[in-house]
Ligand binder design. Sequence first.
Ligand SMILES: Cc1cc2nc3c(=O)[nH]c(=O)nc-3n(C[C@H](O)[C@H](O)[C@H](O)COP(=O)(O)OP(=O)(O)OC[C@H]3O[C@@H](n4cnc5c(N)ncnc54)[C@H](O)[C@@H]3O)c2cc1C
Length: 829
Amino acid sequence: MSKETKETRPESKPEDPETHSNMDLTGEAIENLAVNDHDNDNDNDDVVSDASVTETDLSLSASQSEQNLEDDQSLQPPPPPPTRISGEESSDLVTEQQLQNANATEPGPRVRKRRRRKRFFTEINANPAFSRNRRTSVGKEVDSEALIAMSVGFPVNSLTEEEIEANVVLILGGKEQANYIVVRNHIIALWRSNVSNWLTRDHALESIRLEHKALVDTAYSFLLEHGYINFGLAPVIKEAKLRSFDGVEPPNVVVVGAGLAGLVAARQLLSMGFRVLVLEGRDRPGGRVKTRKMKGGDGIEAMADVGGSVLTGINGNPLGVLARQLGLPLHKVRDICPLYLPSGELVDVGVDSKIEASFNKLLDRVCKLRQSMIEEIKSVDVPLGEALETFRMVYGVAEEPQERMLLDWHLANLEYANATLLGNLSMAYWDQDDPYEMGGDHCFIPGGNEIFVHALAENLPVFYGNTVESIRYGSNGVLVYAGAKEFYCDMVLCTVPLGVLKKGAIGFHPELPEKKKEAIQRLGYGLLNKVAMLFPYNFWGEQIDTFGRLTEDSSTRGEFFLFYSYSSVSGGPLLVALVAGEAAERFETVSPTESVKRVLQILRGIYHPKGIVVPDPVQALCSRWGQDKFSYGSYSYVGVGSSGDDYDILAESVGDGRVFFAGEATNRQYPATMHGAFLSGMREAANILRVARRRASISASNPDHIDKGEEEEEDEEENSCLDQLYETPDLTFRNFSVLFTPNSDEPESMSLLRVSIQMEKPESSVWLYGLVTRKQALELSEMEGDELRNEHLRDKLGLRLVERKSLSQEGESMISSLKAARLNRQIFD
Ligand SMILES: Cc1cc2nc3c(=O)[nH]c(=O)nc-3n(C[C@H](O)[C@H](O)[C@H](O)COP(=O)(O)OP(=O)(O)OC[C@H]3O[C@@H](n4cnc5c(N)ncnc54)[C@H](O)[C@@H]3O)c2cc1C
């Protein structure tokens, strides 16, 4: 991940594309196409930009009276309630021994703006066309619509690979392409000016000459199907259904994982008309986006993001769009980040600037070195950490102890952004995503990111507690196995984290292609942890969102090196300490109580010399992303020997369009981010649609298709027959129903078990089937609760429940005899 992605924001605000509403429109194509500029002006007058929303720093908690209270408290601290400390994913709460508070006499830390850090563009690694578009052209006067499209990730004057694949123009590079780009940019800008509306094709056409209707149609369809317009959570958008499968049976898709990528894809696929089911191993949606409600006595509470937290760049960010649609205010992360020495003193400004400049220069030197290495030796790669240390020694950088500590802080920051040790990062490609970085402010969402997750998951058919163990795919479809259940589908979308794929926790049959397996191994997946602490009051001040601390021991440089204050957005005095690099690994071997003691020691080292009392937190929790079996780490990075290509390989589908992949580690441009995960979900929904259409058109032109249609009709008939049989089951308990073998009371005779899997929307519920003996069915009926029954089926009887389509031959004969028996009864009764 690029260095700046998770750093505090630079002082100078970059130009904000979505606020350039009155720029001159330039370029032939625009003059040709626009009916009148007046229309465009009107559209642009209405622009409510992501960035404009961020201009105001909105605070949930910092009222004046609270501020006064806080000042009083720093003089006479209230008696601290017992601290509750927990390791994440564990419900054990430990009572922490109360620790001594020092007297408070001095005010809070002096705040100071940190200088903008240098950007490191890697011309040699980036797609040259893209880089040129993003930077050289930005220097020119380009129109506001192109800038908005650019912020969303479209090049100013060329097509994306997706557009080329979708054949949006007949001939590449000609006038048609130029016109198409103008139309595409216009449509994006039009929708972005009011993201709560459904932009219709006709509205898109309004300000374009009729002779260009075909181009509007093409651009509109492309943008709609790829989720660049009309996406998200506005009521009108949530209700919309595309008619992608008119007259054709819609294919069904199983989505594995209900993180951002899975949720977005499932939503988009449903709106496209697919039948969708999401299987999630955890008992909650969101995956690596996890907001925990923290609580103490006296009504103190706050929402803490223990996973993805900062919207890193709001311009064009799809999560910014969701925020606008949900009416959520954004809080800009302020670019003030005081750094403290171990003694608690603020770092000297002069030394700080000097070392920051040296750090940037070291990185520059590494860039130059790799450029010449790539030109001359082509494929050799070395660890970034090694290269930096060599240059540091050669140029005698940071030889004084304080300078060394400062340099270490910057290196820890880099390890945080990449979630790994610098020694693991590829010198050649670690920052390959830099050119694509989202512009604009870094922001927090008040109340935490779970707001997005819950809104995205609402009414989706998600089966929680279903850990997928294997995926079997072939030319006729896919079988997905989760515990005792088996799901048949036309296509599967796998969105599990790279850590899960690396562990081989899901077996693929046939095995994934070698190329993909190698990419999974090569691409890095690292660790970042957090300690979230809810305090009885804010002692660090309301003016800052971040502060850092230096350490004398280089090997612990990532340990609680940066603190995020969530006071203004979480609803309470919440501080989150980050643990990166080597320290992140060690952190998971230390008890949460010990870790919190250590953070408090550090905080007291900073604040006590200033006379500020650091109370015990009322609740604390420590993340353990490395031990989490649904993640095995935090996010991806480009390891030594890997490159941006590996993200693309991870994204490739396998099995001739049967198994698809999404998730942050499949997004070359925006890896390791929430928006990257979001966009990958959209990308794959579009890919699945493309493949489904291709398949539908092949079967439409193939007579076999008619047979298949008949077969499907037969299936439906069969299902309705079975439904009739279950209208009068022999045994029923909770979600289970049983039909016994007709005319037999033998305990070992077979019974057909049907289990209803309940969804939020009753019409989405599904039935799964299995064969058990009559005795086993009776035993099941006597058990307490369906959970126990499911466990018994899986663990004791080793039974896998399956969909109707996947019933064994024995099951089919059982159904036949049941039907025959009923028929006889109807005739003879
Ligand atoms: C500590 C931390 C801090 C971060 N900070 C930021 C930040 O500030 N800004 C930012 O933009 N990004 C940040 N990120 C990254 C961001 O959170 C992720 O990139 C993003 O959430 C990934 O989404 P995803 O859908 O790709 O994967 P996930 O969210 O991991 O979703 C995958 C889902 O698959 C499920 N799953 C796994 N295995 C199975 C299985 N076998 N069967 C069924 N289900 C399974 C998981 O439970 C999970 O729900 C951070 C991440 C972490 C961990």
